[in-house]
Design a protein around this ligand. Structure first.
Ligand SMILES: Nc1ncnc2c1ncn2[C@@H]1O[C@H](COP(=O)(O)OP(=O)(O)O)[C@@H](O)[C@H]1O
Ligand SMILES: [Mg+2]
Length: 436
């Protein structure tokens, strides 16, 4: 009678005991794994010693009158095995003092664990407001951890530490007294949220992400067209999403060509000018109409005696906003189709895009071209020279050279990390992740 209501409790207890055992087992394997990694010779000699002690007959004569446990192993074998285990555990615990097992530490806690937090040299980097300009705020990042702290290849790039966006799996001091902050892969990379950091920018600039120098921006007046290259998963669509959001806030006209039918941009679709198109056949008329707009705006600029659409807007000569054409995958215009009509269509589209890239900087028409495989067939030299190159992770240094003119993008971690060619050189940034 009494046992009935107790039953679920018993099951609970068993589950709890099993859970605890599992945790202990995992902990044990973790210790063994770490021991093997840090002291492979001690570990291997111990492993070899135990079976040797387990073969008593082989190493020493078994006495005839054995009792109890001695039937299984002679006493001195037990003592030897216990000795090996105690020596190993002792070694681990001494070693432990130089090692702080921890997980999921942010930059501040990682440095605190390492006892470096109060050290003036290792102050936490922070994004701080540097200067308030008329229309925008200038942000900067305070000094970061010196590079000599990062002594191992599996230790992260100091870039993210500077942003305080990485998580560390462990912190330890090695025998040379170097501090190792080991990046936690599962948290890589953490996000840089846009709205927290984004101050009002100049009205004709875009904010792309966070770099060591602060917010990474591109001025569309000076550099009107962008090329965003990167493998799947490098973060192109997230970056484009963020760009579109900003363009919409500026009340610019945004048109989107996306072979995936706009699945990444569903929340923005109602703010775009026209429907999202997914085929080259539908995209061509879009590009043609932009070309016509360009042709139509040129004489007006002449008549107003201004050289840039932005200037005409500033002077109040017009209130027609800029237009931006975004092509999420430029390979839809690849010239490799067997079908002759398709080939012609692709060639015409490529030609028009190139002409727009060359001429439309004056007429307030901008291009944002994304591609996974930036071959030189797809992106001719002339076209590439007109675009601001932004590269996410690319599979090879050859691809990186095609986009940026130098290697580097093949070493990026993906997921929103990019290199952009700025006037002062290549700049690495972590793209903003829209706040959801
Ligand atoms: N700025 C970012 N910060 C953090 N994670 C990102 C960022 N950009 C992209 N990611 C991650 O990478 C994944 C792939 O991004 P996506 O833009 O779809 O890549 P692509 O379009 O290049 O294939 C996203 O689902 C997201 O998890
Ligand atoms: Mg994409």
């Amino acid at each position: 009678m009494m046992s009935q209501p107790n039953k679920p409790t018993e099951t609970d207890t068993i589950t709890q005991v099993l859970d605890a055992l599992l945790v202990m087992l995992r902990q044990m394997f973790w210790y063994l794994g770490r021991h093997l990694k840090r002291h492979p010779w001690i570990f291997l000699v111990s492993c070899a010693a135990i079976p040797i002690f387990l073969l008593p007959g082989h190493w020493h004569p078994t006495p005839h009158s054995l009792k109890g446990w001695e039937h299984i192993l002679p006493t001195w074998s037990w003592i030897a095995i216990a000795g090996v285990l105690v020596a190993n555990m002792g070694w681990i615990s001494i070693d432990e003092q130089a090692y702080i097992p921890s997980s999921n530490l942010d930059f501040e806690n990682a440095l605190k664990q390492a006892g470096l937090w109060d050290h003036p040299k290792y102050r936490t980097p922070q994004v701080v407001l540097k200067k308030e300009h008329k229309n925008w705020l200038e942000w900067s990042i305070t000094p970061t951890v010196p590079v000599d702290v990062w002594t191992k290849s599996d230790i992260m790039h100091p870039f993210c530490a500077a942003l305080g966006v990485e998580k560390f799996s462990r912190v330890f001091r090695d025998k040379h007294n170097y501090i190792h902050l080991v990046l936690s892969r599962s948290h890589f990379p953490e996000q840089v949220m846009s709205s927290a950091l984004l101050g009002p920018l100049s009205p004709r600039s875009l904010a792309l992400g966070m770099s060591l120098e602060g917010i990474c921006t591109v001025n569309l007046d000076e550099r009107p067209h962008l090329l965003i290259a990167g493998q799947t998963g490098s973060g192109k669509s997230v970056l484009v999403h963020h760009i579109i959001e900003q363009l919409i806030r500026k009340n610019w006209h945004v048109q989107l060509v996306d072979p995936k039918g706009g699945v990444d941009y569903a929340d923005l679709e109602s703010y775009l000018s026209g429907e999202i198109v997914s085929h080259a056949e539908q995209a061509l008329p879009m590009i043609e109409s932009l070309w016509e707009l360009h042709q139509e705006r040129l004489p007006r600029l002449k008549q107003w005696r201004v050289t840039k659409w932005g200037d005409a807007l500033n002077m109040g000569l017009t209130d027609e906003p800029d237009h931006v054409l975004i092509i999420d995958e430029f390979a839809i215009f690849a010239n490799d189709a067997k079908d002759k009509a398709k080939k012609e269509l692709a060639a015409r589209a490529q030609n028009l895009v190139q002409n727009l890239a060359l001429g439309a900087r004056a007429t307030g028409i901008h291009l944002v071209i994304c591609t996974q495989y930036p071959t030189s067939d797809l992106l001719g030299n002339q076209l590439r020279q007109q675009l601001v190159p932004i590269a996410g992770y690319l599979e090879s240094d050859v691809a990186s050279r095609t986009v940026l003119g130098e290697p580097g993008a093949e070493q990026l971690p993906g997921q929103g990390r990019f290199l952009i060619r700025q006037p002062q050189g290549l700049v690495e940034f972590q793209g903003f992740l829209p706040r959801v």
